[in-house]
Design a protein around this ligand. Sequence first.
Ligand SMILES: Nc1ncnc2c1ncn2[C@@H]1O[C@H](COP(=O)(O)OP(=O)(O)OP(=O)(O)O)[C@@H](O)[C@H]1O
Length: 702
Amino acid sequence: MPQQFWKPGTDKPRILEDEEGGVVFFAPSLSSASSSSSRFGYASIGSQRQRLPVYKYRTAILYLVETHATTIIVGETGSGKTTQIPQYLKEAGWADGGRVIACTQPRRLAVQSVASRVAEEMDVKLGEEVGYTIRFEDVTNPAATMIKFLTDGVLLREIMDDPLLTKYSVIMVDEAHERSISTDILLGLLKKIQRRRPELRLIISSATIEAKSMSDFFQTSKKHRGPEDHEFVPRKVPAVLSVEGRGFNVQIHYVVEPVSDYVQATVSTVLSIHDQEPAGDILVFLTGQDDIDAAIQLLAEEAHASRKISSGLIVLPLYSSLPRAEQDLVFSPTPRGKRKVVISTNIAETSLTLEGVVYVVDSGFSKQQFYNPISDIENLVVAPISKASARQRAGRAGRVRPGKCYRLYTEEYFVNEMSSVGIPEMQRSKLVSCVIQLKALGIDNILGFDWPASPPPEAMIRALEVLYSLGVLDDDAKLTSPVGFQAAEIPLDPMISKMILSSNQLGCSEEIITIAAILSIQSIWVSGKGVQKELDEAKLRFAAAEGDHVTFLNVYKGFLQSGKSSQWCHKNYMNYQAMKKVIEIREQLRRTALRLGIVLRSCEGDILAVRKAVTAGFFANASRLEAFSHNGMYKTVRGSQEVYIHPSSVLFRVNPKWVIYHSLVSTDRQYMRNAMTIDPSWLTEAAPHFFQNLRRPDPIAH
Ligand SMILES: Nc1ncnc2c1ncn2[C@@H]1O[C@H](COP(=O)(O)OP(=O)(O)OP(=O)(O)O)[C@@H](O)[C@H]1O
C-alpha cells in the first residue's frame, strides 16, 4: 500500500542567487505568508489578498516597474503574481487615460480562470474593467477594460493590427518559463517594440524562470539588418525581483522504486489517498486523452471491485479538446462528503487554482512535440517532464490550504536526472505556423530575428519551403495576396488553412470545415482498450473507401441525423464529448471563414472536390506504397521515409498505392494517422514546385 510506498522529501524553494552586472536584487527581508488556520475558509477576499507573499513587495514592484523598462519577477507558485500584480498596477494608475494592462498566459483555460478570479476580487463584472481574450472569444469592453488577460498567441495577433501595441501601458508575460513558440516570438517582438516605445513597461514572471538568461536577453541588443535596427541601442538593465515566501506548505512524496506503469500507479495512489487521507480534492497529471481515458476506466473497474474505498469519488477528465462545459466542471464546488478527482494533461499545470485541491499526483510525464528537420518528421511523444514542470504541478496544491504532492518517480531521479528546464518549443517543433506569423508581422529577416533561443536553421528552411509550395509565400519570401494574407488570418496550421481556402474554389467549404474541426481533435472514437473488436466494427459502418477524411464526413452526418445524441455515440463507440467539441470548433471556423469572404457551400456528395481540397493543403504529406511491399510499407514522396498506415485508419491493411496523411505518430514504426487515397496527378497540380527536382525521377508515375 502506498504508505509503505511513499517517502517524504523536500522540494526546496529556489533561492535566487545575487546577480552580477547591475541587476537589482531584493533580499528576502520579509517572512513568508503564514499558514495559520485563520487563512482557512472565511477570510474576506481583501484580507486574503493582503496575506499573499507578493503583497509585501507591492511597493518594490511598483517602484521597479516605474524605473525599469523590464522587470523580471520570480516567485513561488501561489505567491500571487498573476492575480495581484495587474491589480497593483491598476491601483497605481497604469490603466488611467484609457490605457490597458495586459497579462499573457500560455493556455486558454488559465486565461479564463484568472480573469474570473481577478474580476471577483475587484468585485466587477467579467468583461468590463477586467476582461479576457482567447482564440475565437473576446470578453472585453474596449471602452471599459483596464486589465486584460490573454494568451500570448492572441497578443501576437494583435501586433498584426497594432504593431506597437499602443493601447498597452504594461505587458506582463506570465509563466514565461514555458517557452512556447508564441512566448518566444512575443519576447523577441516586445524587445523590438520597447525600442520604439520607451514608455512601455514589461514584466516577465514565473515561479521557475532562469532570471539570469532572461535578464541577459533583455539587456543585450543584437544587430539586425532590418532598416530600423541599423544602430546598436543599449538596453536598459532589467530589474530582477525575487518574491520570497509561499502560500502554504506542500509536502512532497516520492516513490521508493521507479514505477513501471504510471497509469496503474496513478490509480492506486488516488485510491489510497481516498482511503487514508482527510478530505480534499485530488489533481492528477497524466499525458493525454488516451492516458486519461485509460485511468478513468481503470478507476471505475477498481472502484467496482472495492466498493468500500471508492465510494464518494467524482472523477473528471481535463484536456484541451474537451468541450468547454465539461472543462468548467472542474471548477464547480465539490458536494459535501464527496471527493473530486481531476485527471488532467499539463493544461492545469500553470496559473490554475482549483480551490478544493489538496493532493497532487504527478506521473512525471507529458506529451511533447519533437521535430526532426532532416527527415521532416514531427512526433508527439510521451517524454519526462522537467523540474520546472514538476514544481508547477506541485504548486497546484497548497494554494488555499496545506497540501501534498505524490511524485511517481524517485527522489534520486528528481535530484540527479530530471532536467531543470524543458527544451523551448521553438527548438523541437515544426516552424511553419511560426514563420507565417512572423511574415504577417512584417519580419522579413527571420533567421536574423532576435530570439531568446535560436531555432535550428534547417527547421526554418523547411518551413519556408512548405509555405512557398502552399502558395503562401512568393519568390521574395513575402506573403502572397490574397492566399498568404488569408492563411495568416486563420489561427490554424497553414496546411489546414490552405485546405479551407482551396475548398472555396472547389465549392466544398462546409465539408472541409467539418474535416478541419475533426482533425483538430485527438480522436473522435472511444479509447480502444478492451473494446477493439466492437470499435473496428463500428468504424466499418462509416468507413469510406477513400479513407479517413471522407469517413469523418459520414460520421458527422450520422451524428447530426441522430439529433446529436449521446446514446447514438455510445452505440457507435464514438466519444460524445469529442463530437460536441467538433461542433464547437466547427462553428468557430465557419465564423472565421465568413470573415475571410469564403462562401459556405456544400458540394452535396462531390467527394472528388473534397479530396482535391485536402490534397491542396496536405500534398507535402504524400506517400507511395513500395512496389512489392508485403507488409504495407510506404515511402514519403519528400524525404523517402519509411511509413505505415496507422491501425486506427480505415485504410489499414487496404494499402492503396498513393495516400496523403494528416500526421505521423511514432511507436515501433512511423505510422500515418488519418490517411486518404489520392490520384498522384493532383500532387503536381497542387504544388508543381514542390514535386520538381526530386531525386526519384518518376515520383508521380502510377
Ligand atoms: N479561483 C481562486 N479561488 C480561490 N483562491 C484563489 C483563486 N485564484 C487564486 N487564488 C488565491 O490566490 C493565490 C495566488 O494566485 P496566483 O495565481 O496569483 O499566484 P501565482 O503566483 O501567479 O501562482 P502560479 O505561478 O502558480 O500561477 C492562490 O494561491 C490562492 O490562494
